[in-house]
Each structure stands twice: as structure tokens, then as C-alpha cells.
Design a protein around this ligand. Structure first.
Ligand SMILES: [Zn+2]
Length: 85
């Protein structure tokens, strides 16, 4: 591989935020995923955010199985989001 004069493409935090849903849904292609993972390695806030997204997925999935109403889920998610910093 020839060295490039350009910086290798890196995702910034805004891009990570945009791609977060696709990441947790496993919809990113290999290259995107790699860049995404690289960003998470040095960016703690994004890493935390993604972990949170995964947790949220899990909760939604678990509760969906129990046939909770959408309203219930929304309030549950809101509770989680309101965790003080
Ligand atoms: Zn970031």
C-alpha cells in the first residue's frame, strides 16, 4: 500500500452518532465498521454511547418479548436517559 498524503479517513463524533443505529443493527459494511471501532478505541464518550445503545436494544428486545406497550417502553427508556451525569 502506498502511503497517502491525505489523512486516512476517520470518523468524527458526529459521524459516529449518525451511524450508531446502523452499528448496533450490524448494518455497516466492513470498512465502516472498522473505522467505527477505531473511533471507539480512542473516544470514550462515543464508546459509552454505543454501549448504552446496545443496552437499550437489549431492554427493548426483552420487553418486546413480554408484550409491553410502546408507552411503557418509552417511559422506561426515558428513565434510563435521565440518569444524572
Ligand atoms: Zn467520538
Amino acid at each position: 500500500m502506498a502511503p497517502s498524503h491525505d489523512n486516512p479517513k476517520k470518523y468524527n463524533c458526529a459521524e459516529i452518532e449518525q451511524l450508531a443505529q446502523k452499528y448496533v443493527d450490524n448494518l455497516l459494511d466492513k470498512q465502516q465498521r472498522k473505522l467505527f471501532d477505531e473511533h471507539l478505541e480512542y473516544c470514550l464518550p462515543c464508546d459509552k454511547k454505543i454501549q448504552f445503545e446496545f443496552k437499550l436494544r437489549e431492554i427493548v428486545r426483552n420487553h418486546a418479548r413480554d408484550n409491553y406497550s410502546t408507552d411503557f417502553l418509552h417511559s422506561k427508556i426515558k428513565q434510563i436517559l435521565e440518569i444524572p451525569k
